[in-house]
Write a protein that binds this ligand. Structure first.
Ligand code: HEC
Length: 417
């Protein structure tokens, strides 16, 4: 397709049916045309010391790397894989997927000589961001923490857990939530769990947190998962997720070392809440997944699958799904087989450990699992040396477990009924 685009852009004398190409001929500029595309699709990861290499908010960097960027987009490598919208569309899909017309803007800009243009013509699009507006509860880590990178088996990675205590006097319902990320260059992903305040140990109460790479002490249930660029989790009117007054939250930070110098962080989580009287439908986190499997060492294409039949006399409405595997994860899918034999795809895609998102469905487009319907799901792994993220130098069998060299196959589902 890249070649086709370039030839389109070069054949000036051929009449073109495509207006965007005609416009491209006379002067696309960085500020007016290219920057808005990058702000929506790339800079959530590619900023100064971000998760991705290179600061794509810098015009000089973009000018130097434009061909490489175009090549990465054209090959499908960037932006990283997300759930396929042909399976089921989700909120924010336009920001998480780049389309051919946007690719063409970059191609034509390169072809036209990479003119920067006038900064005043920057349309100032809102960059893709997960910041929650109007939170009424914001809980930050008790203290500033600087990762020590002491895990030799997992260099440059640290999983650290911190207790966030909302000190509730009565139960609340979350209407929306999103992390408040302090040091974005360190936060690889974040998972939020709940736990009974009375079950906390001495170690967990340390304001400097504790090492939780094996998720030790990481709570009694998952509430949310986040990766850079994810939009806030939001529930429709009269719907909410309960947090009992006896609960605290456990924030699991997966820190990822980007620079050479130690850097501090003090992240947290923000919520919009509503009282019980305004909630008719409670959303729960339903941990659909496999608890027993073995991914054989050396197998580059191993799939295991499972099924859940809704035997309850209610319709389960799926608000969102967070597919989760570890570093061997390669692809995943979940779909509903209805009692009449028809199917509804829920999520499906190539898996990217660096880009774990909760796919949230529009209010009028949520998959519904009626009584007698089943959800069928699968996970696919690459446990061979062709996987660059292999946790050890040689493949070893990987069964279910919480360590990063063990595997998971979860579809954490936000469900109401
Ligand atoms: C979710 C985060 C994320 C987003 C969004 C993202 N990238 Fe990346 N990108 C990465 C990471 C992480 C790497 C380095 C590791 C890798 O190659 O997977 C990378 C690497 C790259 C590289 C270097 C590849 C190489 O040669 O090593 C280029 C070029 C690139 N991205 C371009 C883009 C462009 C263009 C966009 C927007 C259309 C984009 N990326 C969006 C995370 C992201």
């Amino acid at each position: 397709m890249f070649a086709m685009l370039m030839s389109l852009a070069c054949t000036t004398d051929e009449p073109s049916v495509d207006d965007t190409v005609a416009v491209a001929e006379d002067g696309l500029t960085y500020y007016a045309d290219v920057k808005p595309v990058l702000d929506v699709h790339c800079t959530r990861c590619h900023f100064d010391e971000g998760l991705g290499v290179g600061d794509f908010t810098d015009p000089d960097t973009v000018t130097s790397f434009a061909e490489v960027m175009l090549g990465e987009i054209d090959s499908g490598a960037m932006p990283p894989a997300v759930s396929d919208t042909d399976c089921h569309d989700y909120r924010g899909s336009g920001q998480l997927n780049i389309d051919d017309s946007e690719l063409k803007i970059l191609a034509d800009w390169i072809d036209g000589g990479k003119v920067l243009g006038d900064p005043a013509t920057d349309p100032q699009v809102v960059p893709t961001s997960g910041v929650l507006s109007d939170p009424d509860i914001v809980l930050m880590m008790p203290e500033v923490y600087t990762p020590a990178w002491s895990d030799e088996a997992n260099p440059g990675n640290e999983y650290r857990c911190f207790v966030l205590d909302p000190e509730l006097e009565e139960d609340v319902f979350f209407e929306a939530m999103a992390p408040e990320v302090d040091n974005e260059s360190l936060a690889h992903h974040i998972v939020l769990f709940s736990e009974n305040r009375s079950d906390l140990s001495e170690e967990q109460l340390d304001p400097q947190g504790w090492d939780c790479i094996d998720q030790s002490g990481a709570g009694d249930g998952m509430i949310a998962g986040w990766a850079p660029g994810m939009l806030p989790v939001e529930f429709p009117a009269e719907t909410g997720m309960k947090l009992g007054s006896e609960k605290v939250l456990i924030l699991q930070m997966h820190y990822f070392q980007s620079g050479a110098e130690p850097e501090p962080d003090r992240s947290g989580y923000a919520f919009r809440t509503k009282p019980e009287s305004e909630v008719k439908e409670e959303v729960i986190m339903f941990p659909l997944g496999l608890y027993s499997f073995n991914v054989p060492a050396g197998d580059d294409d191993y799939t295991d699958s499972g099924s859940f039949m809704n035997s309850y006399p209610v319709d389960l409405k799926i608000h969102g799904v967070f597919p989760h595997m570890h570093v061997l994860g390669q692809a995943y899918g979940a779909s509903i087989t209805h009692a009449d034999g028809s199917e509804t795809c829920i999520v499906e895609g190539d898996y990217d450990f660096d880009n774990q998102l909760t796919y949230q469905f529009a209010e009028d487009d949520m998959p519904v699992v009626s009584n007698g319907d089943s959800i069928d799901f699968y996970c696919n792994w690459n446990n061979s040396i062709s996987n660059d993220d292999l946790p050890h130098s040689e493949p070893v069998n990987a069964g279910y477990g919480e360590r990063t060299d063990e595997e998971m196959c979860f579809f954490f589902s936000l469900v109401s009924y």
